[in-house]
Design a protein around this ligand. Structure first.
Ligand code: NAP
Length: 199
């Protein structure tokens, strides 16, 4: 399969690229660097990426920005970033990318456990994650010949380490990547795959 991976240079993206690379051709898209550049917050940039890459068998997104901050500190810009980047950025990857998918192609995007298990400070992240799960479920009822799923990671151990946190409760990037491989190679549709289930 020829797979376009958006967010390939990230903590999760690097592990997903490695897991898929053995059996598939992975084209890495990042904000800067990589095989191709894209800003998922900008539809013209997404369109330009697909034009450059051409026909593919699968689209995987391990991108999506949203800020962690107490509710009373959240600004309009924080809400806008979560909505324009994490939410619509990934939805637009499906909307614009479907025309570039070969028959029986798939789109896999990234939600997160904060949809189901919010915590103080996760307001806009939980908002976007919850909406992504609902959208995937609804859109998959209408998409023909395309499987559309989300992966919901828990805190990644490498991210926790980077933040100086105890990594005990996290899942490694390598284990998190297994859910993405399952979404790309499996037959599920309209699902949000809990990363812990596939680890
Ligand atoms: N890490 C965790 O613990 C965790 C837990 C739950 C959910 N998630 C979700 O998983 C996803 C990936 O997380 P991560 O920790 O792996 O992220 P990360 O390490 O920060 O990597 C982000 C990736 O996205 C790219 N990117 C940044 N801004 C972009 C933009 N505007 N348009 C396109 N690509 C852009 C980056 O490219 P550059 O390198 O060029 O900047 C990089 O490849 C996110 O949606 C996050 O919310 C992460």
């Amino acid at each position: 399969m020829k797979i376009l991976l958006i967010g390939a240079s990230g903590t999760i993206g690097q592990a997903v690229a490695k897991a898929l690379n053995n059996e598939h051709t992975v084209i890495g898209a990042n904000y800067s660097g990589g095989d191709v550049n894209v800003d998922i917050g900008d539809k013209a940039s997404i369109e330009a990426m697909f034009e450059k890459v051409g026909k593919i068998d699968a689209i995987v997104s391990t991108a999506g920005l949203a800020n962690f901050a107490p509710l009373h500190e959240l600004t309009d810009a924080d809400y806008a970033l979560a909505l324009d980047n994490k939410l619509m950025g990934q939805i637009n990857l499906m909307r614009l990318g479907q025309d570039y998918l070969n028959e029986n192609g798939s789109v896999t995007i990234t939600s997160g456990v904060l949809a189901q298990e919010p915590m103080q400070g996760s307001g806009v992240i939980s908002m976007a994650n919850g909406a992504l799960g609902s959208f995937v479920k609804a859109a998959s009822l209408e998409l023909e010949g395309i499987r559309f799923n989300a992966v919901s990671p828990i805190f990644v151990k490498e991210t926790m380490a980077m933040m100086g946190m105890d990594t005990e409760s996290g899942l490694s990037a390598v284990d998190t990547a297994k859910a993405y491989v399952a979404a790309v190679t499996g037959s599920m549709n309209g699902e949000t795959l809990a990363a812990t289930t596939f680890a």
